[in-house]
Ligand binder design. Sequence first.
Ligand SMILES: Nc1ncnc2c1ncn2[C@@H]1O[C@H](COP(=O)(O)OP(=O)(O)OP(=O)(O)O)[C@@H](O)[C@H]1O
Ligand SMILES: [Mg+2]
Length: 711
Amino acid sequence: MELVQLPNPTATRIRSRTGFSPTLGELLKHVEDAQNDNPNAPTQHVLDLNSTPNSSHPFVLSFTNLTYSVKVRRKENDATDAKTDNAATKILLNDISGEARDGEIMAVLGASGSGKSTLIDALADRISKESLKGSITLNGDVLESRMLKVISAYVMQDDLLFPMLTVEETLMFSAEFRLPRSLSRSKKKARVHALIDQLGLRNAATTVIGDEGHRGVSGGERRRVSIGIDIIHDPIVLFLDEPTSGLDSTSAFMVVKVLQRIAQSGSIVIMSIHQPSYRILGLLDRLIFLSHGQTVFSGSPANLPPFFSEFGHPIPENENRTEFALDLIRELEEAPGGTKGLVDFNKQWQLKNKRISEKTLSGIPKVSLKDAISASISRGKLVSGAPAGTTASSVHTFVNPFWIEMAVIAKRSLTNSRRMPELFGIRLGAVLVTGAILATMFYHLDNSPKGVQERLGFFAFAMSTTFYTCAEAIPVFLQERYIFMRETAYNAYRRSSYVLAHSIISVPSLVFLSFAFAATTFWAVGLAGGTTGFLFYFLTIVASFWAGSSFVTFLSGVVSHVMLGFTVVVAILAYFLLFSGFFISRDRIPPYWIWFHYISLVKYPYEGVLQNEFDLNPPRCFVRGTQMFDSTPLMEVPEALKVELLKSMSKTLGINITSSTCVITGADVLKQQGVTQLSKWNCLWITLAWGFFFRFLFYLTLLFGSKNRRR
Ligand SMILES: Nc1ncnc2c1ncn2[C@@H]1O[C@H](COP(=O)(O)OP(=O)(O)OP(=O)(O)O)[C@@H](O)[C@H]1O
Ligand SMILES: [Mg+2]
């Protein structure tokens, strides 16, 4: 890594630890050193958007010859020669070059499907390096993904927001995730308020975002909130995919006006846009028109008329220039020669213009990326509002330590659940109704052979119910999934803190639900063991709720659709119940299925509560003397005859069996059920351990499964 001499002679030299471009932390340290040397260094501000950019440190994002293609499967009978080769490549971006500068808005235009979103994705490093050809540089340096993540922001086409948070809360959570910890809470608040004013959201600040079910802010306001959460830290490069889609012309104009102010504060703004209005066009500085992944025009809006008149299609006086251009492009696309003529004409035009612009630009000094970023940070970018003493250690890949991330995630999640109490209410209702039905169906079971069967049935049903009630957790993560993906894409928090925070906050509600279920059923059914028996029963239910919710959470990380999630969960839980040992005891399960018995989550709590019920001291008796004839053909025989039968049996067997002799104790029931391998406490621990295991698997699915990138 070469050494960099800063313009400020007293500033220290920086050398990257890694040998690649320095981390933001190192840059900040470097800025801080420079400031300490210079008492007149500008003090930090809370983003003053009207400040003029420091033109001596310009940013230039250039991209050259970007080409991206994907393999598409053709149907066998689709194309004429496709029979042999049914994988064809489709070129989404074809040799696209251009340049964007800070202080300017670069807009990508084109018909639907022309490749606008693809180009923005390519520039924002959301397409894997292997498939994207060409180069993207910022001030001449190839951008590392890690660096781009820190200095840029990407605003998606869809608004992914929590519906029950207010505008201010949404922005405040974003501030807590993205602004450094060294910044006090009041500074963060100040930044949020400055942003609210800047986005023109003052009137909507305390309104909830809302969704289909709840009235909330308007579509235009929601769009501006979406932009706000991504620019809270004042990024240097801002990518937006169709920020104005679906908005009326006034709202769209306001959004672009906000973007212009952001650009003027020293950022590069690159966005795609559908048919900008005349007024919006006046705010754009550079345009790129795409058609089938190729550039058909690139330049400033003022260049449009001369370009098209030279091409032989002058733009009529009182016509919207972009509309005319887009219509012409569409006409050419449908014509036999396609847009080839226009693409070639654009290439010549670019070559001609390049010579002119090279002459005029040669006066602007070229600044290295590191210096430009340092200068930008010292003006308050990236760490907007950070005190001058921001040290290297305070800004890393993740701005907050683990425990703060957890606290913020937990707080946000609790706020959300508090605003939607009906969700918990429905769960509690489901548990109470099931408990009440079970309690009345199995009311005060006796100790007869029938009672034993009923108890077994009760336990099997009760334990699997706890798992089924957990299926409600599926939509919870699926709803949050895309928000989660967006936030982790720019390192708002660690995936591990997300998993841990969600695990921890789920516990109190699980305990509450377990208690409600245990208390409604234990005494009503007449289960054994008194207070200690109840406690174990309650703990087992907590453990199975925990294991069940972890299992369902893990599945929601694997499947991507709610209906699919429910289908998979219901099917797997049914198998768990089938293999739990209730329908068929372990020694009767075919050897090639026995592994399923051991992974059945229902097996462990089921065996635990069975032992809690049947393995008591002193032993309880479930079949006495003549009761052994119940459920046999001899059941209808008169009682006196049964006593006679017992007597003759005693004689033949050589043991004395009277009508009060206990023939089957609780321990015998357990043996018959094959519940002999684990103690009840081990069953409880294993159930809990399954819960932890699935949370860990969930973490792994998030780690490997949620890469926000195209291949
Ligand atoms: N994985 C893929 N396989 C095949 N074709 C794809 C794939 N991804 C995108 N495309 C195609 O690439 C083209 C460009 O898509 P892109 O999303 O960039 O269009 P767009 O200009 O953003 O359109 P819109 O204005 O509708 O958002 C489209 O024709 C699309 O069908
Ligand atoms: Mg698009």
